[in-house]
Design a protein around this ligand. Structure first.
Ligand code: ADP
Ligand code: MG
Length: 184
């Protein structure tokens, strides 16, 4: 059955815009699915780091899709995309080329060791709630019975988050696939 799913993405190493762009592009190619929204990109201070924005700061955003792909299959796809973009499996908590999390899968609640949906920490993370609120501020958290707007008003997270400025213009598969023929 077609469900609305929100996927959070984050990158804090290398060409972060390109990793986010490629992750969203790969998600847009997922069969039986359609990307229906992509948030702006936010720069987020890593925990315990007071350096200026730039490398080591996370770039974060959220993609909204409509999909028939079941939750566990979707998790496998996300891990495959993480792998294909070079995430280091042996050092999962280290710098990450790309991190993909299922935030919401419709109004489903899953509580298993390797898959927890809604993502168990999303309500504590402003860098997740802000892009979610762009996409659907009235979306209801199925177990906390709060909208995204309400969760954002209540969150304690005081870490610094800035809109990435300027926003890249070549995102999400919009870059040319080939050069135009000579003369055009
Ligand atoms: P985090 O994203 O919390 O910083 P990781 O990406 O290293 O940490 O955690 C990945 C593991 O979390 C995966 O192996 C996956 O099985 C598990 N996991 C549990 N729930 C989810 C979810 N909703 N989305 C993505 N991964 C999840
Ligand atoms: Mg993750």
């Amino acid at each position: 059955m077609r469900e609305t799913v929100f996927i959070g993405f984050g990158s804090n190493v290398g060409d972060r815009v390109d990793f986010c762009d490629r992750a969203v592009t790969l998600l847009s190619l997922l069969p039986h699915s359609q990307v229906v929204g992509v948030s702006l990109l936010y720069e987020t201070e890593p925990l315990h780091d007071h350096a200026q924005p730039g490398n080591n700061w996370f770039l974060n955003g959220v993609v909204q899709i409509e999909t028939d792909v079941a939750p566990r299959s979707l998790l496998m796809v996300l891990r495959e995309i993480e792998r294909s973009l070079g995430r280091d499996e042996d050092n999962r908590s280290g710098p990450r080329t790309i991190d993909l999390d299922i935030l919401f899968y419709g109004q489903l609640v899953i509580d298993e060791p390797d898959l927890a949906v809604p993502h168990p920490r999303l309500h504590q993370r402003r860098f997740v709630l802000m892009p979610l609120s762009e996409l659907d501020p009235l979306w209801m958290h199925p177990s906390r019975h709060r909208t995204i707007t309400q969760l954002l008003a209540e969150v304690q997270d005081r870490s610094e988050i800035r809109l990435l400025l300027p926003q890249p213009s070549t995102r999400y598969g919009s870059r040319p696939t080939c050069s135009p023929p000579p003369g055009l």
